[in-house]
Design a protein around this ligand. Structure first.
Ligand SMILES: *[C@@H]1O[C@H](CO)[C@@H](O)[C@H](O)[C@H]1NC(C)=O
Ligand SMILES: [Ca+2]
Length: 198
């Protein structure tokens, strides 16, 4: 009887010792959980930083929109400084935009009104429209050939575009009610930059 009791006691002791020895081993999963929690936090912080960057970009765009105007979901900002087409294009790209290319009569009308107010009634401005790559094929700043064009074909001047290979960049003339003509890209004109709103 006594012997059985001692055996039972020893068994219990062994079990307790065993479970005590296992305790340090249990720390591992806890550390893993901590690592996972830190990773999760890191991921959340990365998400927040990304959101913040996006918000900053949107805010910058809103500032552009406040200075300029909104036409058909796009922000448009005129640059009254006279520059060559390339310089105007580079300056616009540096702001995160493209020289504007109106894609409908309505957009062209709104753009003309905005330029009249912001740059002046006698001005002509660079659009993001050129036929540098293929003479006679007019493309926008993404390099896509455009379907909407508003060339000046009135009798008061020769039918536009009339410059052949010597004139590969397009301007919109406020004085000609928003009609376009081709000009030498090295000429200096105000320009109009366009930003897509996300
Ligand atoms: C160029 O035209 C294409 C096709 O219409 C359009 O998707 C793209 O946004 C235009 N790019 C610019 C800079 O206007
Ligand atoms: Ca040309």
């Amino acid at each position: 009887m006594e012997c059985k009791g001692v055996r039972t006691l020893m068994l219990v002791l062994m079990m307790v010792t065993c479970s005590l020895q296992q305790t340090p081993a249990k720390k591992k999963p806890v550390r893993k959980e901590k690592d996972a929690a830190i990773e999760e936090l890191q991921r959340q912080i990365n998400d927040i930083v990304q959101d913040l960057d996006r918000l900053k970009e949107e805010q910058a765009l809103q500032r552009v929109c406040l200075k300029g105007t909104k036409i058909n979901g796009k922000c448009v900002l005129a640059d009254p400084v006279k520059k060559s087409y390339h310089t105007a294009s580079e300056d616009c790209n540096a702001l995160g935009g493209y020289l504007a290319a109106p894609s409908s009569a309505e957009e062209n009308d709104q753009l003309t009104k905005y330029i009249q107010q912001s740059v002046g009634p006698a001005e002509q401005v660079w659009l993001g429209v050129n036929d540098m790559v293929t003479e006679g094929t007019w493309a926008n700043q993404s390099g896509d050939s455009i379907s909407y064009k508003n060339w000046d074909t009135s009798s008061s001047r020769s039918r536009q575009p009339d410059g052949g290979t010597s004139q590969n960049c397009a301007v919109l003339s406020v004085a000609a009610q928003g009609k376009w003509s081709d000009e030498k890209c090295r000429d200096e004109n105000p320009s109009v930059c366009q930003f897509n709103i996300v």
